[in-house]
Design a protein. Structure first.
Length: 196
């Protein structure tokens, strides 16, 4: 029987990060199984401009197709999507992306909080959210909302983060975190998400 959203344990993986997280992605993305059955959506704090350089860099390291998100684009399994700079990323109920230029949240646009909260309302318990290295509180409130909606919460082990503040704050303020992973453990965990 073909697997569908009714039987899937993971319908989408969202990864949020700031300072120090690009190095993590460059180590993890090459190890992801090209046959994973869910989309990977990445929200990074970054400066506006030269977007194609980051997309090109991540593409060169991944067996999966990597692309920057377009407004109203359908979310397809087995692809890696990168949130564009200077827009908040929202998820619509019909599983498309929406880009928003409203005020910054936690001094950030895109805000990890905004995206995690939006995704948790759509994917419910079949969402997995992963918070990486970073220097501010963005992502913490989003992860709290994610847990309320029954989703999985994973954070980078603060000791393995180049900038430990963001995952350390999550560890301190988010209840019932599902996993705290070192960089070398991440790819295996992600590759097994559909069976966990």
């Amino acid at each position: 029987m073909e697997e569908n959203n009714v039987t899937k344990k993971c319908s989408a993986l969202f990864i949020g990060g700031s300072a120090g997280s690009l190095d993590v992605l460059l180590k993890v993305l090459p190890l992801l199984d090209p046959g994973i059955g869910f989309p990977v959506i990445i929200v990074l704090h970054r400066k506006p401009g030269a977007d194609y350089l980051l997309t090109s860099l991540l593409s060169s390291r991944s067996k999966l197709k990597v692309k920057e998100i377009d407004e109203k684009e359908n979310i397809d399994d087995g692809k890696i999507y990168l949130a564009p700079s200077d827009y908040h990323l929202l998820i619509e109920k019909n599983h498309t992306f929406s880009l928003d230029s409203s005020e910054k949240v936690n001094y950030s646009r895109p805000s990890i909080d905004v995206t995690f909260q939006s995704a948790s309302e759509v994917y419910k318990e079949k969402l997995v959210c992963f918070l990486l290295s970073g220097a501010n509180n963005d992502g913490i409130e989003g992860l709290k909302e994610v847990k309320k909606n029954g989703c999985k919460v994973i954070i980078q082990h603060p000791e393995s983060a180049a900038v430990s503040y963001m995952p350390a704050q999550a560890k301190l303020h988010v209840n019932n975190i599902d996993k705290i992973l070192k960089v070398e453990e991440m790819a295996d965990y992600i590759n097994q998400l559909e069976s966990l």
